[in-house]
Design a protein around this ligand. Sequence first.
Ligand SMILES: Cc1ncc(COP(=O)(O)O)c(C=O)c1O
Length: 393
Amino acid sequence: MKRIYMDYTATTPVDKRVIDAMLPCFGEAFGNASSIHSFGREAKAALENSREKLASLIGAQPSELYFTSGGTESDNAALTGISSKYSTRDRRHIIVSAIEHHAVLHTARYLESKGFSVTLLKVDSHGFVSPEELEKAISKETFLVSIIHANNETGAVQDIKTLAGIAHERGALFHTDAVQSLGKINFNVAETDVDLASFTAHKIYGPKGIGALYIKRGIDFEAAFHGGSQERNRRPGTESIPLVVGYATAAELAVTELDRERERLTTLNRIMRSGIESTIPGALFNSPVERGVPQILSVSIDSNVMEIDGEALIINMDLEGIAVTSGSACSSGSLQPSHVIKALGRDDRTTMATVRFSIGRFTTEDDVRTAIDVFAGVVARIGKRKKLSSPVS
Ligand SMILES: Cc1ncc(COP(=O)(O)O)c(C=O)c1O
């Protein structure tokens, strides 16, 4: 049986071209970038070339970009590093959207436990944060707003520029989690005018364990770790040159190939959407038709139309070779409905019956058509169609 990977939003395979760029850094170019001898200088050059490459891809200065271990660290560092510098006794309010990744949501909850006040901004039924809602929630006590750019469960892309503008008008800083954006849609810090942005490599065919945090020049920031003076004292520890080089190579490839890839994936996404629409009773799409990344198509099965066990759905699809993700997360050993899908207004049972298809560089049209057939077959087999109640006379 051919296995078809449709979970590119969770992670991606490392591109062969990225591996080729990384390999010499494990061998002959193994130096420590802090050493002043020639081995160290070579490592330092590779580090700074990679930083320059990545910075230019997002419209930043190299000195504004810090390497981290990935998106989770970048999100944590952004929220905590700003909170300790910009909050005062009268300014302790943070706004985040209800559809943030746990890396932001749980950091905000942690800060709340330390005495900050946190507002979760609702989204509409298509998964968008409305600028009016932000206007209503923001006050002179707000010092930080954090809103995800491209959502990892629905693919909805927020109007970051407008939202950042509202934060700035009220004197608050603006952070965005751009982990699912860079290399998939255009993302530029100068155009969006964000103050901080988080990134990771493993969503764009780079290695796991490396990411970056953009911090606009002039912004004060408290480091989470203490140690050497690497990364301008903001992130001490010996830099991993193979990972850094792999990340910059992956990002460059993704951005260079973005337009062509976006067109191809948009076509595949449309095929999937119309195939599901015509074969699955009660299919409700969580991904917007407009303003979404083409990599993601999330669909729930309406619990008023059909009873179906979400976990069984994913397991059965896997048994038939299709690797997808559900609309639930394992929390304390039990499956909980996804906070993102629930935020769209779905009930718990519909949320649990969610499948996120996410496609990428190696997905073909055949893969997509096979996935639709398997999905339709599994739903027909394990779902129980509800009887429509007879109209009241
Ligand atoms: C939107 C978003 N933010 C943050 C993260 C965390 O990134 P990492 O896995 O690099 O820690 C992810 C990964 O799933 C994500 O999708």
